[in-house]
Design a protein around this ligand. Structure first.
Ligand code: PLP
Length: 436
């Protein structure tokens, strides 16, 4: 019964009958362009028969084996990852079901690594002011996402935070040339404040996902940040749950910024929506140090399920075979250029940003002062709703405090026609909702 779903009934539950390519088809016969790729997950498109076949074969072959054991499906995935995807310095793989689990695992590994070195007091995780790392109790605390902690503030603990570098809203001025310096100073001051000897790791998304809508650090920030972290023996955990496996047009967001994570977490696109799978990828030295100390890295029961590994292997093969990262770059650049041309001077658009097919459009009441619309005007929901009424699903971004963000995270298979549909639909929705 759809009336009892989800846990808190939603005002307009969508009833999806099936999905194919970049489109969702509702029970009412509507066709909706999935410009959000679900929750910015779908990459090879919906309804790929060869993924379905691989899942069927895997289920028939062996339904379950404890995660540390090898099965043919696990072996095939590990080969695909190591031969074609993972940076050479991250050969160690821990597979879990989702992004929250992956980030928690990476944080545990970072703390275990320092404890194994005889530094158990190096156990503080630095996080960022605007961020999202998941929805478990621990990850809700680590995330800088106000809307997703409402009502549980008393339960969760807050880590120390650095500022998320945000060129548009840099206190020195929008897109100020000193922005990288400003945010680097904030990183250094925060490390000094907390005490470098207490900090195990910084967890960060290379580019914000939906919390900030593809906010991208100023040039040079990441390289400098990495050097500072290294100097203080602070590990860098890159949360690439959204950016990993091609969403920005590079294999990983780290590649875009020329940095090397110590632990990299990537989910969503790893299974393309066909499998609940996320990987934690780490340096050999981290795994060896944890192992030498006799510590364990516990598995989740459903980590590395054979069906998930089989689906992921085929999704990753399709990405390569169809050269879909090139299409991400091509169509992402075309989409961003068209959005900038149609909306760049719009009185209520403060920014069009992002890379590849992770783009964000930030809406404001006043473009000069960057003042957002009052929260009770629910601008994001209304724009997303308007576009949906015209056949395109965009992803609502922002954290409540930080608003109003419309995210694009389309499947990597989109073409020019779909780019045009996204642009015209979004422009119309923004015009009509903001009254411009
Ligand atoms: C950057 C990032 N990290 C972590 C998560 C949490 O992943 P999951 O919902 O699979 O637990 C998300 C989900 O949106 C995300 O975008």
């Amino acid at each position: 019964m759809t009336t009892s779903w989800p846990f808190i009934a939603s005002a307009n539950p969508l009833e999806i009958d099936h999905a194919k390519g970049a489109y969702l088809y509702t029970r009412n016969g509507e066709k909706i362009l999935d410009a959000a790729g679900g929750a910015i997950v779908v990459n090879v498109g919906h309804g790929r028969e060869e993924v379905a076949d691989a899942v069927r074969e895997a289920a028939a072959n062996s339904s379950y084996a404890v995660p540390p054991w090898i099965t043919p499906e696990r072996e095939a995935l590990l080969n695909e990852l190591r031969e074609h995807w993972l940076p050479a310095h991250l050969p160690c793989v821990h597979l879990v079901s989702g992004g929250s689990e992956g980030n928690e695992s990476a944080i545990k590994m970072a703390v275990q690594y320092h404890a194994a070195h005889g530094l158990p007091e190096k156990n503080v995780i630095l996080a960022r002011s605007l961020s999202y790392h998941g929805t478990t109790i621990a990850m809700a605390g680590v995330s800088g996402h106000a809307a997703r902690k409402i009502g549980i503030e008393g339960l969760i603990s807050e880590p120390p935070r650095i500022l998320t570098p945000n060129p548009l809203r840099c206190p020195l001025g929008a897109n100020h040339p000193g922005a990288a310096d400003y945010y680097i100073q904030n990183l250094e001051a925060t490390i000094a404040d907390v005490g470098p000897d207490r900090i195990a790791a910084l967890i960060a998304e290379p580019m914000n996902g939906s919390s900030g809508g593809a906010i991208t650090a100023p040039d040079g920030y990441w390289e400098r940040a990495q050097a500072i972290l290294e100097r203080h023996d602070i590990l860098l955990i890159m949360d690439e749950v959204m950016t990993g496996f091609g969403r920005t047009g590079e294999k990983f967001g780290c590649d875009r910024f020329g940095i090397e994570a110590d632990l990299l977490v990537a989910g969503k696109g790893m299974g393309g929506g066909y499998a609940a799978i996320t990987g934690v990828y780490g340096r050999q030295e981290i795994a060896d140090t944890i192992a030498d100390a006799g510590y364990a890295v516990m598995f989740h029961t459903f980590g590395a399920l054979p069906i998930s590994c089989a689906a992921s292997t085929v999704v990753l093969e399709i990405l390569r075979r169809e050269d879909l990262l090139a299409n991400v770059k091509r169509q992402g650049a075309a989409l961003k250029a068209a959005l900038l041309s149609e909306l760049g001077q719009h009185p209520h658009v403060a920014d069009v940003r992002g890379e590849g097919l992770l783009l964000g459009v930030e809406i404001v009441e006043d473009r000069e002062s960057l003042t957002p619309f009052p929260i009770d005007q629910k601008i994001t929901d209304r724009i997303v709703g308007h576009a949906m009424g015209n056949g395109v699903f965009f992803y609502p971004g922002g954290t409540g405090e930080y608003r109003d963000i419309i995210c694009v995270g389309a499947p990597f298979t989109i073409d020019t026609q779909e780019v045009d549909l996204m642009v015209t639909t979004l422009k119309r929705a923004i015009d009509e909702v903001t009254g411009a």
